[in-house]
Design a protein around this ligand. Structure first.
Ligand code: TXA
Ligand code: MG
Length: 325
């Protein structure tokens, strides 16, 4: 199959309406989209991604008016969050209607919904007038794509069109919050920080991977321990004195490290996420930096843990999961 990279929204609309897949830019990561109301089209997403069917998809919409068709209603907290953070990198898990195919939600009684902010995603959603189910446009378990070229490398032989919107400005996936019970649950940290969420709706419960003994039916399957992984083995160092001395290693850090700290350690490649220490900038660079280290051919990537605040928490979550073996 020949894959086109373009900004041809009309071509995207035709493909989606015909039940085919289209990869498209969002502000978080590139998505692999299909008509969310067409089970056969959605089945293709799982096939192309090699994604297990127990891992449900996010349904993207352009407008809150589409909520009635898909959900049984939003809780007070969900409404507040939607008002403050949509369009943007926030996904709300809410009770679903019969209209949403079971394949989309892996048979759960809830559906994950997001209104993205990126103009390419918005134009596609507005022009199709359809809800679009879209996971990140990568093979299951691999690094998420933040450039059209990343999608082409992994899925170029299996899809016809990638709608190019340049580099993703947020660069990590959306924050997923389940708003079903009285206390909302943070299922996946993402582009909106926990601090911003709690400033909006007060305390939330934070779901822990360890809470899920049954890996086959986790509360949010995106919490599967091993995920977002580069090819190289990833090791997390909490402190500089934990840096290994031997091997062909790459280093991932927030700030540049002084020569004196590096003494004794050998790094054949180094990625610095934000010399100014800006965790938003760092998040936007994370997946590209991990890809660069893979391309440099290192065996191990040593990642220095980020400060556990703001988007540092999201970066640490992705690093922890990439480090699972
Ligand atoms: O930023 C993003 O969220 C990107 C862009 C394309 O929108 N999408 C994305 O999709 O990251 P994906 O499939 O890689 O992650 C979806 C997450 C998974 O952790 C999944 O388990 C969770 O959302 N999810 C979806 N439906 C759910 C549900 N009904 N209950 C709990 N978790 C759900
Ligand atoms: Mg993903």
């Amino acid at each position: 199959m020949k894959c086109t990279i373009s900004q041809d929204i009309t071509a995207g609309v035709d493909l989606i309406r015909a039940g085919e897949l289209v990869a498209f830019a969002t502000e978080t990561v590139y998505g692999l989209g299909a008509n969310a109301l067409d089970s056969e089209a959605v089945a293709r997403i799982f096939e192309v991604k090699q994604r297990p069917h127990f891992d449900p998809l996010i349904v993207h919409i352009s407008n809150v008016n589409q909520l009635d068709q898909l959900t049984l209603g939003l809780s007070k907290q969900a409404e507040k969050l939607a008002e403050q953070f949509w369009p943007g990198p926030l996904t709300l898990v809410v009770p679903k209607t019969e209209v949403v195919p079971d394949l989309v939600t892996s048979g759960l009684g809830s559906v994950a919904i997001r209104i993205p902010a990126h103009p390419i995603a918005r134009q596609l959603l507005e022009a199709t007038k359809l809800p679009i189910a879209a996971p990140s446009a990568n093979k299951f378990g691999c690094l998420s794509p933040t450039l059209a070229q990343h999608v082409e490398e992994q899925l170029g032989n299996e899809i016809k069109l990638i709608l190019d919107g340049g580099p993703c400005s947020v660069g990590v996936e959306s924050t997923v919050i389940q708003c079903i019970d009285e206390i909302p649950v943070l299922l996946r940290p993402g582009g909106i920080s926990l601090e911003e969420i709690e400033a909006c709706i007060g305390r939330v419960r934070i779901a822990k991977i360890e809470d899920h003994a049954e890996v086959k039916s986790p509360e949010s399957p995106g919490m599967l321990p091993k995920h977002y992984a580069p090819r190289a083995r990833l090791v997390i160092a909490d402190k500089l004195d934990q840096l290994p001395a031997k091997g062909v290693n790459g280093l991932l850090s927030l700030y540049p490290l002084e020569e004196t700290f590096l003494k004794g350690s050998q790094f054949s490649a180094q990625e610095i996420l934000s010399p100014a220490g800006d965790l938003r900038v760092a998040a936007a660079k994370l997946f590209t930096a991990l890809r660069n280290l893979d391309s440099a051919g290192v065996e191990n990537i040593v990642a220095l843990r980020m400060p556990e605040k703001g988007l540092g928490r999201t970066i640490n979550n992705r690093l922890d999961r990439a480090a699972e073996s």
